[in-house]
Design a protein around this ligand. Structure first.
Ligand code: BES
Ligand code: MN
Ligand code: MN
Length: 446
């Protein structure tokens, strides 16, 4: 198997570069056509890897997804291999060391938007199918969606419309990360997400800040006071009614040096304190987090001496495994309504959402994965939680309650997912492909 995988890695890396050159930012309507091109490129790769049927599908108003099939030899199970081909916006091309959509290698890593999240996941699956020469030892369905970074709003409709095509015994979601480049992880939990915009309105129009300021407040100050209600004095989320979980993951405790690793890994400025109580991992994996992602208000350069009549912010609430997006959204809205200062008019508009998930990590498929991944990486598999969200997981589990879900991936802490200079460690990419190829062989043994 190792030789077969070695033989396909150079081609897989070249095709990864091809995919990375397509700016498939589905969340930005200006890139809708690019996202369609990206789906076509994935479909072509699937055809080239010997798929018997390849479809590009979309629900009404949704992004194009690719479904491809390699039939199961008689008596063998079928595995669904998941990844997503849409990517995050760049955050400003000028901040990147090399342009985000020009894949560039430096020190064994390939840089570019989507190199890790999640075009590496797409290419892991394609490379495995190539390593088997298009004849995998078990049935394979490849499912590559195009709106994950938008919260997968039409995915339930797609799962419903193509239920027969997508049914599988085991699902591998290659969209998570490993603790380091040579230590494989099976991710056991994800947080959910509840996003909303809040608008605070105080005045019908801007007024002279000297004439009216004093008795009359401004909307931007009101918004700041409102946003301050998200945390208590320790920095823990102060919204009542949210789930604060306790972990079943084996590695929930902080390792030696985790705080230092966390600080350097994330570029935390010297002297800046971490907020909230408890260990870092427990906090990220098992507890809610509230962040303000953006504010619409006059730019400083354009500001004048007027009281700002209205201001808007985007709040992102990560919710713990066991919580529910609908009740969490309601809890957040109620909390904001209770804390809006000075009688300001508050409007809360929900945006994207995704359910959290805790995976059941027992059974034959998990045993097979532990064997395959330990062998490929030369290190024991670790079970870790993850603070990010993948709406597909809960949606798929609801549609196919009998399937075993495995959460894998080829990201590492240096991948800078969603950030500037996103990258993939190419040696780990090779180990990830081998691990998944070995997993298929293990599952074929029954
Ligand atoms: N692959 C990530 C989620 C992730 C990151 C899982 C790191 C494990 C480790 C995924 O593409 C993502 O970014 N999801 C969004 C979902 C949201 C739009 C509902 C997220 O977490 O922000
Ligand atoms: Mn992803
Ligand atoms: Mn992402």
């Amino acid at each position: 198997m190792e030789d077969a995988v070695d033989g396909v890695l150079a081609g897989a890396r070249a095709d990864l570069e091809r995919l990375v050159r397509i700016p498939s930012i589905w969340a930005n309507p200006a890139h809708a056509q690019d996202t369609r091109s990206s789906a076509e490129a994935v479909a072509e790769l699937a055809r080239g890897a010997g798929a018997s049927a390849v479809r590009i599908v979309a629900a009404a108003g949704g992004a194009p997804a690719v479904i491809a099939h390699w039939p199961a030899p008689v008596g063998r199970p079928t595995i669904l291999l998941y990844a997503h081909h849409d990517v995050q916006p760049t955050g400003g091309d000028e901040h990147w060391t090399s342009p985000p959509f020009v894949p560039t290698q430096r020190d064994g890593r390939l840089y570019g938007r989507g190199t890790a999240d999640d075009k590496a996941g797409v290419m892991t699956h394609i490379a495995v199918l190539r390593a088997y020469d298009g004849r995998p030892p078990i049935g394979v369905t490849l499912f590559v969606e195009g709106e994950e970074e938008s919260g997968s709003p039409t995915l339930p409709a797609l799962l419903h419309a193509h239920q027969d095509l997508l049914a599988a015994d085991v699902v591998v979601i290659a969209d998570a990360a490993n603790p380091s480049v040579d230590v494989p992880a099976l991710t056991t939990s994800l947080r959910g997400l509840v996003d909303c915009t809040v608008e605070v309105a105080m005045l019908e129009h801007p007024v002279h800040s000297g004439m009216a300021g004093g008795p009359m407040g401004d909307a931007l100050t009101a918004l700041c006071r409102l946003l301050a209600c998200l945390h208590d004095e320790h920095g823990d989320v102060a919204v009542p009614g949210l789930v604060h979980g306790t972990s079943t993951a084996t590695d929930v405790g902080d390792d030696d040096g985790t705080e230092a690793t966390f600080r350097t890994g994330n570029g935390v400025l010297e002297g800046v304190q971490l907020i909230g109580c408890g260990s870092i991992n427990e906090h990220i994996w098992q507890r809610p987090a509230a962040s303000v992602l953006g504010i619409d208000a006059p730019r400083v350069a354009d500001a004048s001496n007027v009281l700002v009549p209205r201001a808007r912010a985007l709040i992102s609430l990560r919710i713990a495994p066991g919580d529910d997006p609908v009740t969490a959204q309601r809890a957040l809205t109620d909390h904001l309504q209770e804390h809006v200062p000075w009688g300001a008019r508050l409007t809360v508009a929900p945006r994207t959402g995704g359910a959290p998930f805790a995976l059941e990590t027992t059974g034959d498929a998990y045993d097979a994965a532990r064997r395959a991944f330990s062998e490929a990486y030369g290190n024991e598999v670790r079970e870790i939680g993850m603070g990010g969200s993948i709406p597909f997981v809960a949606q798929f589990a609801r549609a196919f309650p009998g399937a075993t879900i495995l959460l894998t991936g080829v990201g590492d802490p240096a991948s800078h997912w969603h950030g500037i200079d996103e990258s993939l460690d190419l040696a780990m990419f090779g180990r990830g492909v081998l691990a998944e190829a070995l997993l298929l062989a293990e599952l074929a043994k029954g």
